[in-house]
Design a protein around this ligand. Structure first.
Ligand SMILES: [Fe+2]
Ligand SMILES: [Fe+2]
Length: 330
């Protein structure tokens, strides 16, 4: 028998693609997981790389509004809790960049896309955090909307993303709880504190509802993402779930949600709510929000300030590689 060089074996690319697609379709139909080394359609890889990296960018940019309040937290306990929360968000960014990298695009490249304005992040973080009560409203509404979005992602067909979401969601529920508790303390405080809590909810309620993305009628990528088991519910379904969840929570807080059309619909078994300002949403997405420029400038500064850490890590890795090579021989 002649042993041939493996590069000489004829490979039928079309055959490999066909077998890969069949395997992929079987996994998706069985509601099982695709893993990094499995064959996957190019569109699936691209969609996930975009979604996971944008999610990672959102976690990292999302640290800014709350980090601004760490030095102004009203007590040592509140400061420690807020610091832990902001660090959790950094951790979420790290899991997510790692998950995105398994699809083949290095983190350095994903980061460049953000720094050069080629990648988006969640628009909610382009709004300012004006008072301490915003720490409560961000935790309750923004982390609350994130949970509603992310719990179904725990069952995402792409293994590394789904598994990252399980841990992220556990931490997000703490975040929502601590936000609710800040608002509860304020709404049971002095009239001025209660007003501060109400103002924060008034400002952040509509942007939080827009976090689920445009209405289903305007959402172009949804159907394909649902067919691939990346997305499990439509934007409008998730928004409805969120509204149904927060109405009783607002009542328990003694705060009002700023929507005159909000009322229980017995027939539908859901709360009806008024229209959202989608022109504002698109304006903020396209860079015209109150703080888009400031958030990106701060991110670029932080990236530049962190250059020495990356250089030190690379020098250490290079030294380690040289030492290992010297020990085991080349
Ligand atoms: Fe997070
Ligand atoms: Fe969070």
């Amino acid at each position: 028998m002649t042993v041939t060089d493996s590069s000489q074996i004829p490979v039928d690319r079309a055959e490999i693609e066909r077998a890969g697609q069949e395997h992929f379709d079987r996994i998706v139909a069985a509601d099982s997981r695709i893993e990094p080394r499995d064959w996957m359609p190019e569109g699936y890889r691209k969609t996930l790389t975009r979604q996971i990296s944008q999610h990672a960018h959102s976690e990292i940019i999302g640290m800014q509004p709350e980090a601004n309040w760490i030095t102004r937290a009203p007590s040592l306990k509140r400061k420690a809790i807020l610091m832990a929360k902001v660090q959790d968000e950094a951790g979420h960014g790290l899991y997510l960049y790692s998950a995105a990298e398994t699809l083949g695009t290095p983190r350095r490249e994903l980061n460049q896309q953000l720094l050069h304005g080629r990648a988006k992040y969640s628009s909610i973080f382009n709004y300012p955090a004006r008072t301490w009560a915003d720490m409560g409203a961000i935790g309750w509404l923004v982390d609350g909307a994130a949970i509603a979005n992310q719990v179904p992602l725990c069952r995402c067909s792409y293994g590394p993303y789904g598994r990252a979401m399980v841990r992220v969601c556990k931490e997000e529920s703490f975040h929502q709880r601590q936000g609710w508790e800040i608002l509860h303390a304020l709404s049971h405080g002095t009239p001025a504190q209660k007003q501060m809590a109400q103002d924060a909810v008034d400002r952040l309620y509509a942007p939080a509802l827009m976090m689920f993305g445009p209405p289903d009628s305007d959402s172009s990528n949804s159907d394909q993402s649902m067919a691939w088991n990346i997305k499990r519910f439509s934007n409008d379904e998730l928004r409805q779930r969120f509204v149904d969840m927060i109405v009783p929570q607002a009542e328990a807080l003694g705060l009002t949600l700023p929507d005159p059309d909000l009322k229980w619909n017995e027939e539908r078994g859901h709360y009806d709510f008024g229209p959202l300002d989608w022109d504002e949403f698109w304006r903020v997405v396209k860079g015209g929000g109150p703080l888009n420029a400031q958030r990106m400038q701060r991110r670029r500064e932080a990236h530049a300030e962190g250059a020495w850490v990356r250089e030190a890590a690379e020098a250490y890795a290079a030294k380690h590689t040289t030492t290992t090579t010297a020990l085991i021989g080349d």
